[in-house]
Design a protein around this ligand. Sequence first.
Ligand SMILES: [Zn+2]
Length: 309
Amino acid sequence: MKTSTLALAAGLFALSGAVTPAAAALKVITTTEDLAALTREVAGDRVSVESLARGYQDPHFVEAKPSFIIKLNSASLLIAVGKELEIGWLPPLVTQSRNSKIQVGAEGYLDASLTARILEIPTGQITRAMGDVHPLGNPHYWLDPRNGRLIAKAIQNKLSALQPADAPTFAANYAAFDQKLAAAEKRWDATLGPYKGTKIVTYHRSWPNFCDRFGLDVMGYVEPRPGIPPSPSHTLDLIRDMKAQGVKLILIEPYFDAKTPNSIARETGGQVLVMTPSVGGVKEATDYIALFDYDVKLLADALKQVTGH
Ligand SMILES: [Zn+2]
């Protein structure tokens, strides 16, 4: 029934000549809103783009919905963060989509991590022992604008290969994004410059790339290991270290329980700041640059308060 309806629809389109460029264009599905936003920068209106996860969700633990399978079934390109960020939810969906174009290794599958700068790559044996969710290095790498640029470039190359007629547009859009991002980076550097070297704590290891780029020093984490909830002994150690080093700011992602961070803040005289790691995490973070605009301002205001300068 479904097949015949589709065939009928295709026939009608062909007869009426109603196939518009938009209808014929690539259908891109991304795992996260950050990748969707970067795809939109490069693609403009030449492809359709949709993200599976929402920006306010923990990208490690997204609830897989049947609608995701339907979206993947008709996709021409799937762009994933990789480094096992989506390993808890994406692989079965890709299998169940029965779409040979987007299987891992196929032309319609892009692992955005392959050309990005990845931090915290474990040395020695790779293991998921104790539930560490970052076994291949840190998968939150999009939070460095230099990586945003590298991801956008990889997307430009992939879109150009899949839809060559629009390659000049993708190249021009990339160049415009590159310039816009460079101007924004000057702005962010100026705002965060006074706080270089400030020590902070974060809940999850979401921010190593961000902090590396802007010169902040992450001295500890509320989670004992990535993906492992706080334990009393780890929390006590963290409070002791924060007091000893005068650390006053705890960044938490919107999807974690603030109870432990709040009690750490009470013990240390510090502050908890909820900062969103993804486009769409808050209404202001409408695109990749707007995400940084929002976070940089929020963070600078908090750093001003805790450092007194
Ligand atoms: Zn993570």
